[in-house]
Design a protein around this ligand. Structure first.
Ligand code: AKB
Length: 320
């Protein structure tokens, strides 16, 4: 996209690191301003402008929009499902206030587009769990899920009332080796690769047959940029799109790792995150995303395991 200047809020999180790098490749380093409350992630160093910025600090964000001539915002900062349950009011405050401030500023400053991630956490135990439809019963039971569903409704409201072009995806669990995940229920599917390489053993906080929808980060980043670059008439839904890729259980991801590390062992000690996972879909119907703007995934479980183990081996400097 020409003549766009992008602001990323939450650039050092699991999605933020890879999305910032991909957007810089696409739009030019200086056209993507990365910000986070944390110190700059080592993979972002030297790749473009970075500022410390608190997503709750509306005056500072507004000043940044004006100073940098920002035209688009990606708001990625959030507390995820497991962390959210430990401090529900803080999760609600951070997840909702940051969104409402950005939506307001985007209207006021006439930004061309806003991206805000939603999640499969919008669904709950009363939702059909297999091939969960785009439109179905939505009764989330975590504060994270409640904030994501309320946020989707607010995005829809701003689109319909003010004509703001705000776009969103309901991500499944995301698996990556570059940025580190934090505070999610699906994070076991990242931790397992680290521990397989470092210890040869993993104790999973979900039970062996807990199926959840998952996606390799390369697919998620490409899908996000494709949604953001799609002509508005193709983005027919005013709520976030379901996007799916793979669905597997802890037992199945362990088996795909054992193809590379035959001695790898897994055992199970389910904790409070089991209940969260039990209320989420097992697989996702993403036919609307596929039909409207051409979504497709490239990575299955085995291809993802190959990539994860190969890159993490280098990252951890191990010779397995
Ligand atoms: C989480 O587990 O909380 C997140 C999500 C599914 O949105 N990864």
């Amino acid at each position: 996209m020409k003549n766009e200047k992008v602001l990323i809020l939450g650039a050092c999180g699991q999605i933020g690191v890879e999305l910032t790098i991909a957007l810089r490749k696409a739009y030019g380093n200086n056209n993507v301003v990365a910000t986070d409350i944390q110190a700059e992630h080592h993979l972002l160093k030297g790749t473009g402008p970075f500022y410390n910025l608190n997503v709750m600090d509306a005056p500072a964000i507004l000043a940044m929009i004006k100073k940098e001539g920002i035209t688009q915002i990606y708001l990625l900062a959030a507390l995820l499902s497991a962390t959210g349950e430990k401090d529900p009011m803080r999760a609600w405050d951070i997840n909702m206030k940051s969104l409402l401030q950005v939506l307001d500023m985007a209207v006021q400053e006439k930004l061309t587009r806003v991206y805000w991630p939603s999640s499969i956490a919008v669904f709950g135990p009363t939702t059909p769990r297999d091939n969960t439809p785009q439109q179905t019963i939505v009764e989330p039971r975590t504060v994270y899920g409640i904030s994501k569903y309320a946020g989707e409704l607010w995005c829809q409201y701003y689109r319909q009332r003010y004509g703001l072009d705000v776009r969103s995806l309901r991500y499944p669990g995301l698996i990556s080796w570059k940025g580190e995940p934090g505070g999610g229920t699906t994070d076991y599917a990242v931790d397992i690769y680290y521990e397989a390489l470092q210890k040869g053993h993993f104790t999973c906080f979900l039970s062996e047959n807990t199926y959840l929808p998952m996606m390799y980060m390369d697919d998620a980043i490409r899908g996000t940029i494709e949604l953001m670059e799609a002509p508005l008439e193709k983005v027919k839904l005013t709520m976030a799109y379901n996007i799916g890729a793979i669905s597997f259980s802890p037992k199945e991801i362990a088996a795909s790792i054992q193809k590379h590390i035959p001695d790898f062992k897994i055992d199970y000690a389910p904790d409070f995150r089991q209940q969260i996972a039990d209320g989420w879909p097992k697989s996702i119907d993403d036919s609307a995303a596929r039909a409207d703007w051409g979504w497709q995934h490239n990575f299955d479980l085995n291809r993802m395991s190959n990539e994860m183990l190969m890159h993490l081996k280098d990252k951890l400097e191990l010779a397995v």
